[in-house]
Ligand binder design. Structure first.
Ligand code: NZQ
Ligand code: ZN
Length: 388
């Protein structure tokens, strides 16, 4: 096992009616005025907005609102948020929504304290190490942004969808995960959450690291749990226990628990995906279910025993390592098909003409990946494999 340091400072309040405790937690962090940041309309329809403002009022916390965060959040909204925070002199940011809202909040929280343009931190030209305190009410379990320090933002004019972190200050101080507020998710968003969680496990699990028994057991447990409960939710979206299992699994998939003691993950499939959603604005998870089987086909020979372990432990496959490895890739593709997540570029109306543009975009930081270092030619081949 590799040496590691593990700290995750986010306090989680998990369960029904836990939103009621949020105001007290914000106050305990000496925050008296927040930017209340949200997406389009879901929090008004499902009552989450009312629950949030009730707890803010009960604890005498002032707020100023900025809604309109879109899925695949954009830099212009971040800049708007930074201006509002400065003008209104808020001392914390409260994100109420899914990963897009939380990521936008993280970029705002750091951007308020950065001298210059926050995008420079995404480009690696500047280090952002400080941020206003962040609080979240999660309404869509997928990204684990509620308990990690990453934010992914798109710079629209350059089609760059890139990540950054301002270190410990980018971890939310407190996140509320009430699975019952996710009962209003459209089916495809529940599926997106499951696919993203499984994909985060994949990025870590298929990293080529050795002596990772405990990490792999945790990883396989998360995969099996997500696969089981997303299927239940497709037929029974109001099943609280399955919502809860899926929610906590998604958080555990990328809160650092599972990456400790191995490499920090491969992450090339996420890079390939981010180029897709930067250009075509498709859901992050839809891009992942397209790109993962293609990436796996291209790289599995670099670690046949690991792909065989995956096939045996997740799909109960039998046979020699190479056959099981190949079949495991077919099986995960079948699973994505079964739950209705796309598995080819054609299904989302992207054809051969786009390959070169996507290859250029994803190669901006090449080589990418750990299990196999991918250069521009490799990236092109993987996109080609994803066409059908
Ligand atoms: O805008 P509203 O009306 O709120 O609707 C949202 C949005 O349209 C809706 N929604 C959320 N909660 C709901 C709900 N609808 C009904 N009931 C609810 N309870 O869901 C839609 C999608 O929301 P979004 O926040 O975009 O989804 P997700 O959580 O999947 O976030 C995706 C973004 O996170 C990034 C992705 O690239 C993408 O930009 N990622 C962030 C990561 C991180 N910070 O660690 C890691 C990930 O790998 C990922 O890259
Ligand atoms: Zn992801």
């Amino acid at each position: 096992m590799k040496n590691f340091e593990f700290v995750n400072p986010t306090k989680i309040l998990f369960g029904k009616e836990m939103i009621t405790k949020l105001g007290k937690e914000i106050k305990a962090n000496s925050v008296n005025k927040v930017l209340l940041h949200y997406g389009k309309s879901s929090i008004f329809k499902n009552g989450v907005y009312d629950q949030v403002v009730t707890t803010l009022k009960e604890n005498n916390i002032e707020w100023v609102e900025l809604g309109g965060v879109k899925p695949n959040p954009v830099l212009t909204k971040v800049q708007e948020g930074i201006e509002v925070c400065r003008k209104e002199k808020v001392d914390g940011v409260l994100a109420v929504g899914g990963g897009s809202v939380i990521d936008s909040a993280k970029a705002i929280a750091a951007g308020v304290l950065v001298d210059g343009n926050i995008w420079d931190a995404f480009e690696g030209k500047k280090r952002a190490t400080k941020g206003l305190p962040i609080f979240t009410v999660l309404t869509l379990s997928a990204t684990a942004s509620e308990m990690n320090a990453f934010a992914v933002i798109t710079k629209e004019d350059e089609n760059k969808k890139w990540a950054f972190s301002a270190g410990y200050d980018s971890y939310p101080k407190v996140s509320v995960i009430d699975p019952s507020v996710q009962m209003t998710l459209p089916q495809e968003q529940t599926v997106n959450g499951a696919v993203d969680a499984i994909s985060h496990v994949f990025e870590l699990y298929f990293d080529g690291a050795k002596h990772t028994d405990i990490q792999d057991e945790i990883a396989e447990g998360i995969i099996r749990t997500v696969m089981k409960h997303v299927k239940i939710l497709l037929n029974d979206p109001e099943n609280y226990e399955s919502r809860a299992q899926l929610a906590w699994s998604a958080t555990l998939a990328l809160n650092g628990l599972n990456s400790a003691g191995r490499t920090w993950g491969d992450w090339s499939t996420h890079t390939l995906e981010h180029s897709l959603s930067a250009y075509y604005d498709i859901a992050h998870a839809a891009g992942l279910s397209i790109m993962f089987p293609a990436w796996m086909k291209y790289v599995y020979k670099n670690d046949i025993p690991k792909f065989a372990r995956f096939g045996r432990n997740i799909f109960s496959l039998e046979g020699n390592d190479e056959d099981v490895a190949v079949e495991s890739i077919n099986k995960i593709k079948d699973f994505f098909d079964e739950i209705g997540s796309p598995t080819s570029l054609k299904q989302v109306d992207i054809n051969e003409d786009a390959i070169e543009m996507l290859t250029e975009n994803a190669s901006l930081r090449a080589p990418i990946g750990v299990l196999m270092k991918l250069n521009k030619d490799d990236i092109r081949e993987i996109y080609k494999l994803a066409i059908n």
